[in-house]
Design a protein around this ligand. Structure first.
Ligand code: PGA
Length: 254
């Protein structure tokens, strides 16, 4: 039970970034010093338009590149969509699925998210499955029930500790500057750890990384990343500023 996973700090750029943003990746490569590298994995998920370029630029730096979404099918008549195989082909090694913005704006349900995570695994990608309650659900005391239901519906049955990351992102904390208290985060992450026993088995439940996401900044990273069962962060806004993203990862440099 003591094998804590290696932490992962992941940046979700959302619909931000042009070719010129490669400069941010360059700054991250410079700042990802051997000391930091020895403590934490870094992942950048830029928009799909930049993945191929970023994957090439990141070769040798040990910064992983990932997608923000994928279609469940391998190929076909799905105008505008991108498959997990295409992400892998471009050099991505991770993909985020079930982000609350996808669940809200694209009406993705748990079953859709699970199909996308299965597609990720089919393509050899690590799936970062996002879960999290809305403000109304938290106020109604339904947080744990919602997260449990999302996990049971969104995570593939065949997932393993090697191909699965869970991100707990309370919807009301995303992009708002609001964060749950450390004890609220601890409560949800403990539930997720417990659910992982059912998914990957008792021997591996402690190996799956559980990220916290939602308004993570350099100023709160130390506190949030010190919470039990928090194995890293999924960072939106602050991941667009290299110094901030590095400072968040730097919380692991004790
Ligand atoms: P935020 O976004 O860090 O800007 O709150 C987090 C996310 O949506 O993954």
């Amino acid at each position: 039970m003591t094998d804590r996973p290696r932490p992962l700090v992941a940046g979700n750029w959302k619909m931000n970034g042009l070719k010129s943003s490669a400069r941010i990746l360059g700054d991250l490569q410079i700042g990802y010093t051997p000391g930091l590298r020895s403590k934490v994995d870094l992942l950048v998920c830029p928009p799909a338009t930049l993945i191929q370029n970023f994957a090439v630029l990141a070769i040798g730096s040990r910064i992983a590149i990932g997608g923000q979404d994928c279609h469940a099918a391998e190929s076909g008549a799905y105008t505008g969509d991108i498959s997990a195989e295409m992400l892998a082909d471009m050099g991505a090694s991770y993909v985020i699925v079930g982000h609350s913005e996808r669940r809200t704006y694209h009406r993705e349900k748990d079953a859709d998210v699970r199909a996308k995570a299965e597609a990720a695994h089919r393509a050899g990608l690590i799936a970062i499955v996002c879960v999290g309650e809305s403000r109304e659900e938290r106020e109604a005391g339904k947080t744990l029930a919602v997260v449990r239901r999302q996990l049971r519906g969104s995570v593939p049955e065949a997932a393993t500790a090697a191909d699965l990351v869970i991100a707990y992102e309370p919807v009301w904390a995303i992009g708002t500057g609001l964060t749950p208290t450390p004890s609220d985060v601890a409560e949800v992450h403990a539930l997720i750890r417990d659910e992982l026993r059912r998914i990957v088995g008792r021997a591996d439940q402690t190996k799956v990384r559980i990220l916290y996401g939602g308004s993570v900044k350099p100023s709160n990273a130390k506190e949030l990343l010190a919470v039990p069962n928090v194995d890293g962060a999924l960072v939106g806004g602050a991941s667009l500023v290299a110094a901030d993203f590095l400072a968040i990862a730097g919380a692991y440099l004790v």
